[in-house]
Design a protein around this ligand. Structure first.
Ligand code: FES
Length: 168
C-alpha cells in the first residue's frame, strides 16, 4: 500500500510561515500546493487530499485549483513537460508549428505523455514572455524565440540528459 504523503518538518515550517503571511488559510493554497509539488515531486490524488486535509479545504476545491493552473506538475506528467504557449503573440509567430513539430517528433498530441514516460506535451496560455515568441516552458526553463531547428535540438538535448540521468 502506498504511503500517505506528509510534509517534512522543514516543509511544515514553511507551510506555517505561509499561513502567517495570508489573511485566510485558503489564501495560502497556491504556495502550499507549490510546496507540496516540491516535496512530493508531483500532485496526484493522494497529495491533493493531503493538502486538503491539512488546510481544511474540500478536496474538490484543491483539485479545481490544481487543474485550473498549468503551473503545477500533476501525477502522470512525463519527466519533461513541454508547455507550448498558444496565446496571440506566440500563435502569430508560429506556436502551432512548434506543437506540430513536437507531436511529429514524439508521436504525442497535446495532453498526452510519450510511452517512454519522458515527455508530456501541453498547449498553454500566455507564459509572460510574449516578446520572445514563440516560446515554450520545459519544466522550470523557458525556451524562447524558437525555430523548428531549436525544437529538434531541444528534444535531442532532453533525450541525451535523460539517458545520462540528468534531472529534468
Ligand atoms: S503570448 Fe506567448 S508568452 Fe505571451
Amino acid at each position: 500500500m502506498a504511503q500517505t504523503p506528509s510534509f517534512s518538518r522543514e516543509a511544515m515550517k514553511q507551510y506555517k510561515w505561509f499561513l502567517s503571511r495570508y489573511p485566510t488559510r485558503r489564501a495560502a493554497l497556491l504556495p502550499t500546493l507549490r510546496l507540496a509539488e516540491q516535496q512530493f515531486g508531483e500532485l496526484g490524488v493522494a497529495e491533493m487530499r493531503y493538502v486538503a486535509d491539512l488546510m481544511k479545504i474540500s478536496p474538490a476545491a484543491v483539485f479545481g485549483v490544481v487543474t485550473f493552473y498549468t503551473h503545477y506538475r500533476r501525477a502522470g506528467t512525463g519527466k519533461f513537460h513541454l508547455q507550448v504557449c498558444s496565446t496571440l503573440s506566440c500563435a502569430l509567430r508560429g506556436s502551432e508549428d512548434v506543437v506540430t513539430r513536437i507531436s511529429e517528433r514524439l508521436g504525442i498530441s497535446p495532453g498526452e505523455t510519450s510511452e517512454c514516460g519522458l515527455f508530456s506535451l501541453s498547449k498553454v496560455e500566455c507564459l509572460g514572455s510574449c516578446d520572445t515568441a514563440p516560446m515554450l516552458q520545459c519544466n522550470d526553463d523557458y525556451h524562447e524565440g524558437l525555430t523548428l531547428e531549436d525544437v529538434d535540438q531541444l528534444i535531442e538535448q532532453l533525450r541525451s540528459e535523460a539517458s545520462q540521468g540528468v534531472n529534468g
